[in-house]
Ligand binder design. Structure first.
Ligand code: COA
Length: 143
C-alpha cells in the first residue's frame, strides 16, 4: 500500500488543492465549471542583502534588493521586512545599513527618509562609479 501523510492544509498547498479540485471536477465530467483561480501567492516580497565592510565604519549590512508586490504594498509588510533586517544587522554587529535608491523613486526615498535614512549623496557628496568588463580586461591585460 502507498505510504501517505494525512495533515491539515497549509497556504503553500493552494496550487495542489486547486489541481485536485480540477481533477475531481474532471472525474465528475464538469471540469469547465470550475471558475476558481489561484489568487494568493505564497511569496509576495523579498529582500536581498549581504554583509560588507567599510574601512571607516566597519561591518555593515548592504541591502541590494527590496521589493513588495504592488497589490500588497501599504500594509506594513515592507516595514516588517526592514525591522527584520535591522534585527539582523544589530545581531551581526553592523554599524549601519547601506542601500542605493534611484533618484526617480520618490516613493521609496520618502519611505526610507520617514524611517530615519540619510541621503549620503546629498549630505556627503558621494557618487556611484562603475568600471565595466571591457575596462577591467583592458587594465588586467596591461603589462
Ligand atoms: C518600498 C517597498 C518595499 C515598501 O513596502 P510596503 O510593504 O509598501 O511598505 P509599508 O506598507 O510598510 O509602508 C509603505 C508606506 O507607503 C504608504 N503607502 C500607502 N499605500 C501605498 C501603496 N499602495 N503603495 C506603496 N506605499 C503605500 C504606507 O502608508 C506607508 O507609509 P509610511 O511610510 O508613512 O508608513 C514597496 O513600496 C516596493 O516594493 N516598492 C517598489 C520597489 C522599490 O521601490 N523598492 C525599493 C528599491 S530601493
Amino acid at each position: 500500500m502507498a505510504k501517505f501523510n494525512l495533515r491539515k492544509a497549509e497556504p503553500k498547498d493552494v496550487p495542489d488543492i486547486l489541481r485536485l479540485i480540477k481533477e475531481l471536477a474532471k472525474y465528475e465530467k464538469m471540469e469547465d465549471q470550475v471558475i476558481l483561480t489561484e489568487k494568493g501567492y505564497s511569496v509576495i516580497g523579498f529582500a536581498m542583502y549581504y554583509f560588507t565592510y567599510d574601512p571607516w565604519i566597519g561591518k555593515l549590512l548592504y541591502l541590494e534588493d527590496f521589493y513588495v508586490m504592488k497589490e500588497y504594498r501599504g500594509f506594513g509588510i515592507g516595514s516588517e521586512i526592514l525591522k527584520t533586517l535591522s534585527d539582523t544587522a544589530v545581531k551581526n554587529r553592523c554599524s549601519c545599513m547601506h542601500f542605493l535608491v534611484a533618484e526617480s523613486n520618490k516613493k521609496s526615498i520618502d519611505f526610507y527618509m520617514r524611517r530615519g535614512a540619510s541621503d549620503l549623496s546629498l549630505q556627503e557628496g558621494w557618487r556611484l562609479f562603475r568600471i565595466n568588463r571591457e575596462g577591467l580586461l583592458k587594465m588586467s591585460a596591461e603589462e
